[in-house]
Ligand binder design. Structure first.
Ligand code: SAH
Length: 293
């Protein structure tokens, strides 16, 4: 992955944008286009159609499909009924990273708990967080494959894990049913805006939150530096990167903080590089000073 460099001497400090500029005051002003439903590697086109229908019922319309197995499909169209427009406008991408690029908040739905637990929210909290964040940033709600759900790497691209508290004896919902539950919570949160306007986390903040693309660049940079200083062994990674990801997704880092961290990493690389050059020079001098035969 080629990541844009932040040179040690030239750091980028973004302009401060007052969050109040983006605040919506009631549900009529709410922009549903800020919230996107992402389906990962769906195998049954019927589920894609049923998802489109569930979304339209709840007022959402942005659908992104990550490597769907069978799309476009007549079966999807049949199940979408009057929500074919959502299928027509669906974005098809080749990775989850691409799907969530530019999003300030990413929430992944999964019935399963994980070895490294991810910050968990209820469907209701998911709706509230998504709606509050959508007043300032794009939001992605991510759903997994019918047979295997979301893998750990995919869940680790999300800030939160939403679990629908279904019966533990059979907790796995049909994909489109899970989409419906989450979209319904989004709708409830939007309708509640009339009584209680949503307050995005950024609202009282002086900086924008870093988006997922910027955070991904940071992880690549962090891993490279941790490897260079021999803190991290990519041959024996253990859980270091997932734990770093969990740490920074809990913090929801802003753009200024991200640039400071990237600047620190660049300085470490710059120092390592200077040290390497100096050592090479010293070695060269030592060889020059060898007595001639
Ligand atoms: N067998 C899969 C479940 C796949 S169901 C597994 O073990 O993970 C397809 C998708 O619907 C899941 O990836 C998830 O996004 C969503 N889903 C189903 N049941 C859910 C639940 N109880 N809570 C949250 N999401 C759920």
């Amino acid at each position: 992955m080629n990541i844009p460099a932040v040179s040690p001497r030239q750091r980028i400090y973004p302009a401060i944008i007052p969050a109040s500029l983006f605040t919506s005051s009631d549900s009529k002003m709410f922009d549903f286009n800020q919230i996107c439903v992402v389906l990962v590697n769906t195998s049954h086109p019927g589920n894609i159609g049923a998802t489109a229908r569930a979304m339209k019922n709840m007022g959402l319309s942005k659908l992104t499909l990550v490597q769907p197995e069978d799309f476009p499909s007549g079966v999807a169209v049949g199940r979408a009924v009057s929500a074919v427009d959502i299928l027509d406008n669906a974005r098809v991408v080749s990775s989850l990273q691409e799907a969530v690029e530019g999003c300030g908040l990413v929430i992944g739905a999964s019935a399963r708990s994980r070895n490294i637990p991810w910050p968990m929210v209820s469907p209701e909290q998911c709706g509230e967080k998504a709606v509050a964040e959508a007043t300032v940033n794009k939001v992605a709600l991510v759903f997994g494959r019918e047979d295997a759900g979301l893998n750990n790497e995919e869940l680790q691209l999300c800030h939160f894990h939403v679990q629908i508290p279904a019966d533990p004896n059979y907790s796995s919902l049909n994909l489109s049913a899970a989409v419906m539950v989450v979209c319904y919570e989004v709708r409830k949160a939007v309708l509640a805006l009339d009584e209680r306007p949503a307050v995005a986390e950024d609202e009282h903040w002086d900086q924008e939150k870093a988006n997922s693309e910027q955070v991904e660049y940071f992880y690549v940079h962090l891993e490279r530096v941790m490897t260079a200083i021999k803190f991290h062994d990519p041959e024996n990674p253990r859980q270091l990167m997932p734990r770093m990801r969990r740490l920074f997704s809990r913090i929801r880092i802003d753009v200024m903080e991200m640039n400071i961290l990237r600047g620190i990493l660049s300085n470490i690389e710059y120092r390592l590089d200077s040290e390497k050059k100096l050592n090479a020079q010293l070695e060269g001098n030592e060889t020059d000073e060898e007595p001639q035969p």
